[in-house]
Design a protein around this ligand. Structure first.
Ligand code: KMT
Ligand code: NI
Length: 180
């Protein structure tokens, strides 16, 4: 997984949007934002994924295939929703099985976008309360395992004044050491 600051150049969300020269983001910065990341090779991944799921209490999982073929008529709408800046009240845990894409997470307190280029074998945890979004890249396909702590709650709360005062947002800012 490569992590770098998003260049904010208007245009196709599926392009890399890497500054030239690139502005890489370190593991320490991601840790400080509480974004966690492991690499688990896809070949023979299940025992390792099961162990991580057990240790962290991820009791449920399913598979999602984001592509025109995989989603049919809801595809265009989903692509739009995934890319709207939002937060959740739970962690968003994804293990990439095939294809590729970009998760963008907001750095705090700078409010800069950090782009995470994910590929097969990447397991990422996007913490509850962080603002983020997702897009496919130009290859237009990703398959991922979604893991959940309890019931799958898939409510995206789009960023607004209401989310700025959401208890899970406030809690997140406290955890990363920033006052709201
Ligand atoms: C989400 O919630 O943003 C997604 O599931 C995106 C696709 S998973 C790589
Ligand atoms: Ni999300």
């Amino acid at each position: 997984m490569r992590a770098y600051y998003y260049d904010n150049v208007p245009g196709d969300q599926r392009l890399p949007h890497d500054y030239s020269p690139s502005r890489p983001v370190s593991e320490e910065t991601l840790k400080a934002l509480q974004v966690e990341h492991w690499v688990v090779p896809v070949d023979g991944h299940l025992p390792k994924i099961n162990a991580i799921a057990e240790e962290r209490g991820y009791k449920n999982r399913d598979l999602i295939n984001v592509s025109k073929e995989g989603m049919g008529e809801i595809y265009e709408e989903k692509i739009k929703t995934f890319f709207e800046e939002h937060m959740h009240e739970d962690e968003e845990i994804r293990y990439i099985l095939s294809g590729s894409g970009f998760f963008d997470v907001r750095e705090t307190p700078t409010d800069e976008w950090i782009r995470l280029a994910v590929e097969p074998g990447d397991l990422i945890v996007i913490p509850a309360g962080i603002y983020h979004r997702f897009t496919l890249d130009e290859a237009n396909q990703i398959q991922a395992m979604r893991l959940f702590q309890d019931e799958p709650k898939w409510i995206p709360y789009n960023r607004s004044e209401a989310t700025d005062t959401n208890p899970h947002r406030i809690e997140y800012l406290k955890r990363v050491g920033v006052r709201a």
